[in-house]
Design a protein around this ligand. Structure first.
Ligand code: PXP
Length: 238
C-alpha cells in the first residue's frame, strides 16, 4: 500500500494572500499527521510564493513523519536542503510564470546541473527523488545519476479529457513504474490526484508513495467551512 505524503503548500498560499500569520502550514502539518499522513511535502519555490524559509525551519523541528522538500535543482535550494535537513528531497523543474509544476524535470537535457545537485544531496545523506514524466529515457537517466527514486508526474492522467485517454495515461504510468522498479528505483507518484481519480494510481504495483496537495486542501476548506461560519456566528450572537 502506498504511503501518503500530504502537500501543504496551499495552506501557505492562503496565508500569503494577506501576508499574515494564518492559516499556518505548521498547524496543518500537525493535523495531517493526526489524520494519518505518512509524510509532509512542501515546495520552497525560488519566488517564495507560498512556503517560506521559516516554514521549512519550523516544520523540520515539528514534523514527526517524513519531511519531503520539493526543490529546484539549483545552488540556493541545494544549500538550504543540506542545512535544514529534510529526510527526502524531490527535485522538480521550476519556472516563475507557471501556476504549478507543469511538467516533469528533464533530467536528460539538464543532466549536468541535476547531477551536481544529486551528488551534493546524496553526500549530505538526503534521500533523493526526481519528479519526472513517465518516460523511459528520464527513468534511465535518474537511475544513472544514483537517485533513490522517481516521482512520476500524474498530471496527464489527471487531466485526461475522457476515459479512453485516461486509460492510456494510466497504462503509461504502469509501464514507466515497472521500468523504474526494474532499475531498482523507489516509485512515487503525484500531481493532480483527487478523491475521484486516486484509486487506480494507488493500485499500481510497486508504488510506494503518493504526494497529494491541492485536492486535500480544497476538501479541507469545504468540510471545515460550515463549522467555521457557525463559530463566527456564535461569537457575534453572544
Ligand atoms: N508532487 C510534486 C512533485 C509536486 O510538485 C506537486 C505540486 O506541488 C504535487 C506532488 C502535488 O500536486 P497536487 O497539489 O496537484 O496534488
Amino acid at each position: 500500500m502506498p504511503k501518503l505524503g500530504v502537500n501543504i503548500d496551499h495552506v501557505a498560499t492562503v496565508r500569503q494572500a494577506r501576508r499574515t500569520i494564518e492559516p499556518d502550514p505548521v498547524w496543518a502539518a500537525a493535523l495531517a499527521e493526526l489524520g494519518g499522513a505518512d509524510g509532509i511535502t512542501i515546495h520552497l519555490r525560488e519566488d517564495r510564493r507560498h512556503i517560506q524559509d521559516r516554514d521549512l525551519r519550523v516544520l523540520r523541528e515539528t514534523v514527526q513523519v517524513k519531511l519531503n522538500l520539493e526543490m529546484a535543482a539549483d545552488e540556493e535550494m541545494t544549500r538550504i536542503a543540506i542545512e535544514v535537513g529534510p529526510e527526502q528531497c524531490t527535485l522538480v523543474p521550476e519556472k516563475r510564470e507557471e501556476v504549478t509544476t507543469e511538467g516533469g524535470l528533464d533530467v536528460v537535457a539538464n543532466r549536468d546541473r541535476v547531477q551536481r545537485c544529486v551528488e551534493q544531496l546524496l553526500a549530505a545523506g538526503r534521500e533523493v527523488s526526481l519528479f519526472i514524466d513517465p518516460d523511459e529515457s528520464q527513468i534511465t537517466a535518474a537511475a544513472e545519476l544514483g537517485a533513490h527514486g522517481v516521482e512520476l508526474h500524474t498530471g496527464r492522467y489527471a487531466d485526461a479529457a475522457d476515459e479512453s485517454l485516461r486509460n492510456e495515461e494510466l497504462a503509461a504510468l504502469v509501464a514507466a513504474g515497472r521500468a523504474a522498479l526494474d532499475h531498482g528505483l523507489l516509485l512515487h507518484m503525484g500531481h493532480g490526484l483527487t478523491y475521484r481519480n486516486v484509486v487506480p494510481v494507488a493500485r499500481i504495483e510497486g508504488v510506494s508513495e503518493l504526494n497529494i496537495g491541492h485536492s486535500i486542501v480544497a476538501r479541507a476548506v469545504m468540510v471545515g467551512f460550515e463549522r467555521a461560519v457557525r463559530e463566527m456566528k456564535a461569537l457575534i450572537e453572544d
